[in-house]
Ligand binder design. Structure first.
Ligand code: ADP
Ligand code: MG
Length: 709
């Protein structure tokens, strides 16, 4: 970084196009990947480092080595797997010592493979994978040696490797980052107080950004495992702001006065008596924890985590009964209309006999019904309101709201929880919050990620459940699976066929589901099929769902609209198409639709097209366990740095560098640190914490500190 000094006029907020060498056109390419400013550009961290300290030969490679070496191309070929149209690209390369295959399961960008020809000299950078006893590269970076920048290649022994977007080569990205550094006016002042940096042995942010892009070869081994000083600081910081946010919320919540809900528990007992089964120990324990919160004088903020079908909804109903007995209203928010209605029906069955009046509000509730509803809410005639996020709308007001229940929290943000707070709380005190999620994540992580919540875990299924048997198959065995499904139908059971619904390709998936529905209908005219997808009107969806519930439909072909909580005990088989497109936790949730009745249940996961061995291994894990916590642990473990597939579904925040499993120690440190700060300075008033305060508002918005001074 020693070129002639450039005009130093950039700030971190400056748009990328003003970096020398970038311009509007390149900037728009970066922008598509979320890199808009100079600051974003610096946070575009290398995904690996190319180690050029020792020349490597193919014959010396070992599994998991991350290497860079020169070789020449022997052959470029492509072939498809199974009946699918997806191709595997295979480039065989060699050096004096041996040869090795580079495999690609997708095309990085259009025209990528056309660039490579036999005899061409290339540099290959990537990780060595062991595939069935043979070493290969999967998705390595391949560069034509001719255009390799020989100057940097000679002097830099540890070269950062960036994700190549639309063909912008890694070394070009590196050059541009260097240019941005040179033009930067100055880094903003360090926001961490010196004491913090000292106790956690951290370097400054400015230094870390510099050292991540211009690594120190002396510490090459640390860089390879994401443990260099630069990595440590950046990872710590990513966790730190999340934990600060949670600690701030926690600190604010602790100060609020909560409603006292204290009674004889007569209604909850009556409810329990009315059930044809016993509560599980885990259900009893969760309910006891909730009752303790009710009596604590502080608002409850509790997360109940438990597998689908573990009986969370029932626990929430007990909670409603408890609140009602003390004269408080409750509301229950569910992510979809179907689920709202299911909860509504259940509540009418279980709660109404106890004198609890239940109302429902969804997107399709008519205007005049809304007025009526509002009247009844304000007069206190409705004791429990169930609905979709329509509940958040301004006009919804209660007279004595004491309890807010949110089902499947990952669909709602923390911010939305805040909106439900001011809806006519009793005595101007914050209502109690109960959040139910069927996305089990390991306990330690739950405490960390949902840092502002107390956690109850239902880790036990009702006794009457028979474990679901799961099979992962490829397209080739599909006919057999369909045959098996039809046999189940002939025995009087029902089944689901599920298609993934990935946003970008919504149309294609819709077509898939519709086509399959038509095909199956023609093939099995005696079987009653139904089709359910997100493009249908709510009324049509309900119609289909009700028919399925009433067993007027045998097989329901659907997209993932049935994802959460749907309860049809007679359905005992689920076929999931393109299972590779789902995260494991999501597959597990889907699977939870079956195994709810007295019959043995099955889940068949079909892998749609040519699959990398890693993907196959990932999906096949689903055969091994029915335990959602184990699935979640494995899901987290295999989720490599920078690859956050399924994060959205799991509700975990995405990080640019940090990895929840690999960096767990740092996560704990960051959490301790953040909570310690709020313990000693609950309002973040001290002078040395002022920059933290500002930064927190910058990263999480002005509401981050709502509730504290
Ligand atoms: P979740 O909300 O965790 O998915 P639900 O509360 O909807 O689970 O319960 C799923 C089904 O199991 C419901 O039909 C419910 O009545 C039933 N159920 C709940 N608790 C028990 C129990 N302890 N024993 C037997 N069945 C139960
Ligand atoms: Mg549920």
């Amino acid at each position: 970084m020693s070129d002639a000094p450039l005009k130093q006029n950039l700030r971190l907020e400056t748009e990328l196009q003003f970096v020398k060498g970038i311009g509007p056109k390149l900037a728009s390419v970066f922008s598509k990947n979320g890199i808009k400013t100079v600051g974003d550009f610096f946070e575009n961290y290398p995904r690996a480092f190319e180690d050029r300290r020792a020349a490597r030969h193919i014959s010396t490679l070992k599994e998991d080595d991350i290497v860079s070496l020169k070789a020449s191309i022997v052959n470029v070929s492509s072939y498809s797997m199974g009946r699918s149209s997806r191709k595997i690209y295979d480039i065989l390369i060699k050096d004096e010592s041996a040869q090795i295959r580079c495999k690609f399961f997708r095309v990085p960008y259009k025209g990528y493979f056309e660039r490579f020809k036999p005899y061409q000299e290339v540099r290959v950078v990537g990780k060595v994978t062991n595939y069935r006893g043979r070493l290969e590269f999967h998705h390595p970076e391949l560069k034509d040696v001719e255009i390799e920048n020989t100057e940097t290649a000679a002097e830099d022994l540890l070269v950062p490797i960036y994700v190549e977007n639309e063909g912008i080569a890694s070394n070009k990205i590196h050059k541009l980052i260097e240019s941005a550094f040179q033009q930067l006016k100055e880094f903003p002042p360090e926001s961490f107080p010196p004491s913090l940096m000292k106790s956690y042995d951290l370097i400054t942010r400015a230094e870390a950004l510099q050292k991540i892009h211009f690594p120190d070869v002396e510490f090459a081994n640390d860089y390879h495992v994401f443990k260099s000083k630069a990595h440590r600081r950046i990872i710590f910081e990513e966790f730190f702001w999340l934990e600060m946010y949670l600690a701030a919320r926690r600190s604010g919540l602790k100060k609020e006065k909560g409603l006292l809900i204290e009674n004889k528990g007569a209604l909850a007992r009556a409810l329990e008596k009315s059930l044809p089964f016993e509560l599980t120990m885990a259900q009893k324990k969760s309910f006891a924890e909730i009752k303790t919160d009710f009596r604590s004088g502080q608002p409850m903020n509790r997360l109940v985590q438990g597998d689908v079908g573990s009986g969370k909804t029932l626990v929430s109903f007990l909670t409603v009964a408890e609140a009602f007995e003390s004269g408080y209203q409750s509301c229950l928010m569910a992510p979809t209309e179907i689920l709202s209605e299911q909860h509504f029906k259940n509540a009418q069955k279980i709660l109404t006999p106890l004198g609890i009046a239940v109302g429902i509000l969804t997107g399709k509730t008519k205007a005049k019904d809304r007025i009526l509803l509002l009247e009844k809410l304000i007069s206190g005639e409705i004791h429990l309101l169930i609905g979709t996020h329509a509940l958040i709308e301004d006009w919804v007001q209660f007279c004595k709201l004491g309890l807010v229940i949110i089902d499947e929290q990952h669909r709602f943000g923390v911010a939305q929880r805040g909106l439900l707070k001011n809806k006519g709380q009793a005595q101007n005190k914050s209502p109690h919050f109960l959040i139910m999620t069927a996305t089990p994540i390991p306990r330690t992580l739950a405490m960390t990620v949902y840092g502002d919540l107390d956690v109850s875990i239902i880790n036990e299924m009702p006794k009457n459940r028979i474990p679901i048997q799961t099979r992962v198959i490829t397209e080739t065995k599909r006919a057999q699976a369909v045959k098996f499904m039809i046999e189940q139908i002939e025995k009087g059971r029902q089944a689901y066929v599920v298609y993934p619904l990935v946003e970008e390709s919504e149309k294609i998936d819709l077509k898939n589901a519709t086509n399959e529905y038509e095909k199956l209908k023609n093939e099995f005219p005696k079987v009653r099929f139904g089709l359910l997808h997100g493009k249908m009107k709510p009324i049509e969806k309900d119609e289909v769902m009700n028919q399925f519930r009433e067993h007027k439909i045998d097989i329901l072909v659907s997209t993932t609209v049935i994802e959460v909580g749907v309860d049809v005990p007679n359905a005992n088989l689920m076929m999931i198409e393109h299972s590779e497109r789902f995260g494991l936790s999501q597959l597990h949730q889907l699977r939870g639709r079956v195994g709810r009745g007295e019959h043995k249940s099955f889940c068949v996961m079909i892998m749609g097209y040519a699959m990398s061995p890693e993907t196959r291994e990932r999906i096949e894990f689903m055969e091994k366990t029915n335990d959602g916590f184990k699935v979640a642990e494995f899901d987290l473990e295999i989720r490599g740095p920078g690859e956050f597939m399924g994060v959205k579904q799991s509700g975990l925040p995405g990080f640019k560098m940090a990895n929840l499993v690999r960096d767990f120690e740092l996560l704990k440190a960051a959490r301790d640190c953040a909570f310690e700060i709020f313990k000693s300075d609950p309002d973040l008033k001290r002078k040395e914490n002022q920059l933290l305060r500002e930064e927190l508002i910058k990263t999480h918005g002005p509401t981050a500190l709502a509730g504290i001074g």
